[in-house]
Design a protein. Structure first.
Length: 333
């Protein structure tokens, strides 16, 4: 059985603008970023339907474009956005549950194992093969929340090829097992997450660099009954390792990250969220490249064709060709 995919394309509260434009509507390769994500999901065998939540008045004509319709082979739904990222994800989930009406319904015991694949709307280099691999691994783990990580090696295609050349250098999670970039893929059984409200805060602070905000978030984590000192300890170590890494202190960063096993971070997140949390590592990096600022957008425009082709080649070499080819039946809602 396939799972529904929710693409979060909202432009309220913490949503960032690039050159004054909401990220889902920035164009690369002749189409808006949100259309790249929807097109990729159409070719993922594990995805049964696609739900896009955001500014419905802007999204409807973009996703109703004839070129887009030619690529649809799964039901496509547009949901008007809510106040913030958390509400966009939760309220869209309520509307995709079996028998839910236009206003949705709360999940019951029968919905406890209903999983959803969440993706952000600004992933122009995510490939169907990568998303499919993430979905298969998440399903095999039998967890309540799987968060994607991409290896450092998979991100090197996006680095500048020479000084002064366009490119994107990433911020990484430094763990004992390696250095990883958080992807923008999430596999969640929402009804099984006891502390759903922390998901948005964890996501917004994933690359936190301001020491004052880091301390404030750490204090809130310390005061929680779930996780307590252990969550704060590993949270602090991860940021120290990241700080050393960004400062060019590789040996210090390696010494710190040796004390941060992935399993302990998973256990801390499980306690914080009150659900079974796991990381899923993929060797293709497109899902970790989101367009967060003008510099990244300029680099992506300059290198779009090269980076897209490299990701397709890497995905095909590591994961094989996708099960679903382009084209197919046209289904919208």
């Amino acid at each position: 059985m396939g799972v529904p995919a929710i693409v979060t394309a909202g432009d309220r509260r913490a949503a960032k603008a690039v050159y004054g434009e909401s990220k889902p509507y920035l164009e690369l390769g002749g189409r808006p970023l949100v259309a790249h994500v929807v097109a990729a999901l159409q070719r993922v065998p594990e995805v049964s339907s696609v739900w896009v939540v955001g500014n419905a008045e802007r999204l409807a004509p973009l996703l109703g474009d004839p070129a887009m319709k030619d690529e649809l082979r799964k039901p496509l739904h547009v949901v008007p956005q809510f106040r913030n990222l958390y509400e966009n994800g939760w309220e869209t989930y309520r509307r995709l549950l079996p028998g839910a009406g236009p206003e949705g319904r709360d999940p019951g015991p029968e919905d406890a194992d209903t999983a959803v694949l969440y993706a952000s709307a600004d992933l122009p280099f995510a490939t169907p093969e990568e998303i499919s691999a993430f979905a298969r691994q998440s399903l095999a783990l039998d967890c309540d929340y799987a968060l994607g990580l991409c290896t450092e090696a998979s991100m090197r295609d996006f680095y500048p090829e020479a000084p002064g050349e366009p490119g994107i250098r990433m911020a990484y999670f430094n763990l004992r097992e390696g250095r990883y970039r958080q992807s923008n893929l999430h596999w969640i059984k929402p009804a099984r997450i006891g502390n759903r409200q922390y998901i948005e805060e964890m996501y917004e602070h994933r690359y936190q660099r301001q020491i004052g905000q880091m301390i404030a978030l750490g204090w809130r984590l310390l005061r929680l009954q779930e996780g307590g000192l252990a969550v704060l300890y590993y949270y602090g170590l991860m940021h120290l390792a990241a700080l050393a890494d960004r400062s060019g202190l590789a040996r210090l960063s390696d010494a710190i990250r040796a004390r941060i096993p992935m399993s302990r971070v998973e256990a801390g997140c499980s306690a914080l969220l009150r659900g079974r949390f796991r990381f899923v590592v993929t060797e293709v990096g497109g899902s970790a490249v989101d367009i967060d600022n003008e510099h990244d957008y300029d680099a992506a425009r300059a290198r779009f064709d090269v980076w897209r082709d490299r990701q397709r080649e890497r995905a095909a070499a590591l994961l094989g060709t996708p099960a679903l080819e382009r084209g197919g039946s046209r289904e919208t809602a």
